[in-house]
Design a binder for this molecule. Structure first.
Ligand SMILES: [Zn+2]
Ligand SMILES: [Zn+2]
Length: 406
C-alpha cells in the first residue's frame, strides 16, 4: 500500500515534468514487489470480540498477490481476491507472509500458494460463505494442486497431500489455536487444534488466538507431572528465544522472570518460549535432582530421564536462536565459547557480572553449544533467595531485548 502510494506520487511527479498529470499512467505494480512486507502499511491491529461476532480495528491488508502466492475470490471464483476481503490483524498478515516465505524456501518448485478470505476492513459479518472471519484472526489457505493450476482443488485426489500436511504443521507452529481441515483428507496434528470440519476439503482454515500465547504440554516428569511450554508469537519467527525458569528444583527464582515474560505483548519478528518448571518433581520436593535424584543438568548426553527428553524434543522442534537457563545462587551470567558474546550482552543488560567458565559435561549448554551451530545457550545464575519484582522486571526486559535482536 505504502509502496503503491509512492509509485503513484512518482508517476504524478513524472507526469507533471512532461506536461501530463495523468495518474493513470502509473506503471502497474509487479506482483513480486507488491507482496514485499515493506509494501504493507503495517500498524498495530486490535481484534475485538470473537471470530463469529467481532470487529477489527486498525486492520492491515494482505497484498493481492506475491511472487509465491495468489489470492482467490471464492464467490466470484477468480484471482485475485477482492481487496475488501483481505484485511487481517497485523500479526495474522505477518504470519501468512512468513508461511509463504517458508513454503518458498522448503518447496521452491511448488506452485504458488492460494490465499482465500481473511476479514473485512473493519471486521463484522463477512456475508455468505463464512460464519466467522469477523475479527481479523481467520485465514483460508487453499491446498496446492498436483496439476499446478492456480485455483482451488475440486476433489481431494487433486491435492498435493505432502504440501497440505506441511501447511497444517506450519500453521500449528505459527501458534494457530485451530486449524480446520476437511474430513476426507487424512491430515493430522495436535488434538483440539487440528479439527475436521465439513466443507474444508480444498482448503485449511487457520484461526489465531487474540493473545498469540499458546501453552502446550511438552512431556511429563518422572512422577507424571505435566511439563508445559508457553510460546508468545510465531514459533517459526526468525528469532526464537527459549527461557527455562527452573531445572534444579531448589533454584527456582528464575520462574519469577519467566512468569513476567509470558505476560508481555508478543513481539513482531520474534517468539519467546518459556518453560517455568522443567523439573516439577524436584520443585515440589525442593531438591536439586528429579524424583529419582538425578541431576538433570548432567543428563544432556545420556538423556536417560523423561524431563531431559522432553526439553530435547522442544529444542529440536523449536531450534531456539538463544536459550537462557536460570540457576542460583552465584549471581552471575555464565557463558563460554560460541555463547560468550551473547552471555556478555545479557550481563550488561541485567547488571550481573559475566563469568567465562567452560561448560560442564552433560549440561544443557554443553549439548546445545556443540550440536546447534549459530545459536547461543548460556546460564544466568541469579542471587540466592527470592527475586524482588524490580529485579525480575529487569531480567524480563533483558530477555525481551535479546529476543528482539538475535
Ligand atoms: Zn474459513
Ligand atoms: Zn543449578
Amino acid at each position: 500500500m505504502r509502496f503503491a502510494a509512492s509509485l503513484l506520487t512518482l508517476a504524478v511527479f513524472a507526469g507533471v515534468a512532461t506536461g501530463y498529470a495523468n495518474v493513470r499512467r502509473a506503471p502497474r505494480v509487479p506482483a513480486a514487489v507488491s507482496a514485499d512486507p515493506a509494501s504493507v502499511a503495517w500498524r498495530r491491529s486490535r481484534s475485538l470480540g470473537v471470530p463469529w461476532g467481532g470487529r477489527l480495528v486498525n486492520g492491515v491488508r494482505l497484498p493481492l498477490a506475491g511472487e509465491r502466492y495468489f489470492t482467490w475470490d471464492p464467490v466470484r471464483r477468480r484471482s485475485p481476491n477482492r481487496p475488501a476481503r483481505l484485511w487481517g490483524n497485523d500479526r495474522v498478515v505477518r504470519i501468512v507472509l512468513r508461511v509463504v516465505r517458508d513454503y518458498d524456501r522448503q518447496f521452491p518448485d511448488a506452485p504458488r500458494l492460494g490465499i482465500g478470505d481473511l476479514s473485512r476492513r473493519y471486521g463484522g459479518a463477512f456475508g455468505p460463505k463464512h460464519v466467522s472471519h469477523q475479527n481479523g484472526l481467520d485465514v483460508d489457505v487453499y491446498y496446492p494442486r498436483l496439476d499446478r493450476r492456480e485455483r482451488p482443488p475440486r476433489r481431494v485426489d487433486q491435492i498435493d497431500r505432502r504440501l497440505a500436511q506441511w501447511l497444517v504443521d506450519r500453521f500449528v507452529q505459527a501458534g494457530a489455536s485451530q486449524v480446520f481441515v476437511g474430513p476426507n483428507l487424512d491430515l493430522t496434528g495436535p488434538r483440539r487444534v487440528v479439527e475436521k470440519l465439513w466443507n474444508h476439503d480444498n482448503h485449511l482454515h487457520a484461526r489465531f488466538p487474540r493473545t498469540f500465547r499458546v501453552t502446550r504440554v511438552i512431556g511429563r516428569s518422572t512422577r507424571s507431572r505435566a511439563i508445559r511450554a508457553t510460546t508468545l508469537g510465531d514459533a517459526g519467527a526468525p528469532r526464537r528465544l527459549l527461557a527455562i525458569g527452573c531445572i534444579h528444583g531448589d533454584e527456582c527464582a528464575g520462574t519469577a522472570v519467566t512468569r513476567m515474560l509470558v505476560r508481555r505483548a508478543p513481539l513482531r519478528s520474534s517468539s519467546i518460549t518459556v518453560v517455568h518448571h522443567l523439573n516439577p518433581d524436584g520443585f515440589i520436593r525442593r531438591s536439586r535432582g528429579n524424583a529419582r535424584g538425578v541431576d538433570l543438568n548432567r543428563d544432556f548426553g545420556a538423556f536417560s530421564q523423561p524431563e531431559t527428553r522432553a526439553v530435547r524434543r522442544l529444542v529440536r522442534r523449536l531450534r531456539p536462536t538463544v536459550t537462557v537457563w536460570f540457576h542460583q545462587p552465584h549471581g552471575h551470567v555464565r557463558g563460554w565459547g560460541p555463547s560468550a558474546a551473547a552471555a556478555r550482552r545479557y550481563a550488561r543488560l541485567s547488571g550481573l557480572p559475566f563469568r567465562g567458565l567452560p561448560w560442564i559435561e552433560g549440561g544443557a549448554p554443553a549439548w546445545q553449544n556443540r550440536g546447534f551451530a549459530g545459536t547461543a545457550s548460556y546460564v544466568v545464575e541469579l542471587p540466592p533467595g527470592r527475586l524482588a519484582p524490580a529485579d525480575a522486571e529487569r531480567h524480563a526486559r533483558a530477555l525481551v531485548a535479546i529476543a528482539r535482536s538475535r
